[in-house]
Design a protein around this ligand. Structure first.
Ligand code: TXA
Ligand code: MG
Length: 317
């Protein structure tokens, strides 16, 4: 496998139904032709992903989304305001979408990603691309081409390098196929921003037992080392006390922490913290420590999505 920088090469591989690691603004995706069931099957195989967990389909424009799904009024509005960007909408699917993409569900998840390189791939290819995050199932999502190479290098044709991901957590998923919109995954677009646009409160249903979001398993984002969550700095100090094998993941002012540590954002900026999250978890997971003590962040805006990832990383599988 090679890390490549040619959009044209990536397009040719995808048109040939091969798998390519692709940059998006959230995390790197493991892309394949969404209309070819064989290519989609090879995505599930490469990731070792259970077949009950459906994939997100990526397109370059709303017009392309309407070929795959019923884009109703509310979906059209959310796409127009938040896309290209870290938003995925679950919509009633059209027949053209193979059942393997949606794991047999009558809905399909569609996203118009905000990364310029990815948009160019989608435009030139002129075919929808199914792409889960390019990690092995259950592990930390990749935010650089190198991360993809480490986990999936043996199994895919190439990774298109688009630099480090600017957002760093996956897209926010909103199911707009029913009577009222429901948030199925917290992510790069804050729930508050969606609520402001729609002028109402949104239901958030991200539990692992929700059959409408089959991929939201509690144990996820495993960095390779045990993760312990601390609700505040006192709890973190307690968890770190007398333990030379543990390392801290902090946020904001952290002079209180005399242990080895990485700080997601010393300035206390949530966007910066999201962009660093998965890289730092990986780095700490591979650093030889036996425990990562992670401080939870303020629970609003992107902080909510980051806390969701930390909680899942700390859950035992
Ligand atoms: O930011 C992202 O969304 C990244 C980049 C690569 O675009 N992709 C990503 O894909 O996070 P993945 O496969 O790691 O997560 C997709 C999530 C899963 O939780 C899956 O269950 C949910 O989307 N999903 C897909 N189709 C669905 C559907 N029809 N109904 C409900 N949930 C769906
Ligand atoms: Mg994923």
């Amino acid at each position: 496998m090679a890390i490549i920088s040619s959009v044209q090469k990536a397009v040719e591989l995808l048109a040939d139904s091969q798998l390519v690691g692709l940059p998006t603004e959230t995390v790197y995706g493991l892309g394949g032709n969404a209309l070819d069931p064989m290519a989609v099957a090879s995505i599930f195989e490469a990731k070792q992903r259970p077949s009950f967990d459906p994939l997100i389909v990526h397109v370059h424009a709303v017009e392309a989304a309407t070929q795959l799904a019923e884009v109703n009024g509310i979906a059209e509005r959310l796409f127009r305001v938040f896309s290209p960007g870290p938003l995925t909408l679950v919509l009633p699917k059209k027949d053209i979408v193979p059942d393997i993409v949606t794991s047999g569900h009558p809905t399909v998840a569609v996203r118009i990603p905000g990364h310029p390189v990815m948009l160019e791939v989608l435009e030139r290819l002129n075919m929808p691309v199914a792409a889960p995050s390019a990690n092995l199932f259950g592990f930390t999502s990749p935010t650089t081409a190198g991360h993809v190479e480490t986990q999936l290098g043996e199994k895919i044709a190439a990774v298109l390098d688009g630099g480090p991901c600017s957002v760093g957590v996956e897209s926010t998923i909103v199911d707009v196929s029913g009577e009222e919109p429901v948030v199925l995954r917290l992510g790069g677009i804050a729930v508050e921003a969606l609520e402001q646009e729609l002028g109402r409160k949104l239901k958030v249903r991200t539990s692992s037992s929700n059959p409408k979001a089959p991929g939201m398993l509690l144990a996820h984002y495993n960095p390779g080392t045990k993760v312990v969550l601390a609700q505040n700095k006192e709890a973190a100090i307690e968890h770190l006390k007398n333990d030379s094998q543990s390392v801290a993941l902090t946020f904001g002012e952290d002079a209180w922490c005399s242990h080895p540590k990485l700080n997601l954002s010393p300035k206390g900026n949530l966007n910066e913290a999201a962009a660093n999250l998965f890289s730092y978890l990986r780095e700490l997971g591979q650093s030889g420590y036996t425990k990562i003590v992670a401080l939870t962040l303020p629970n609003s805006g992107l902080g909510r999505a980051i806390n969701d990832r930390l909680l899942r990383a700390s859950a035992k599988s």
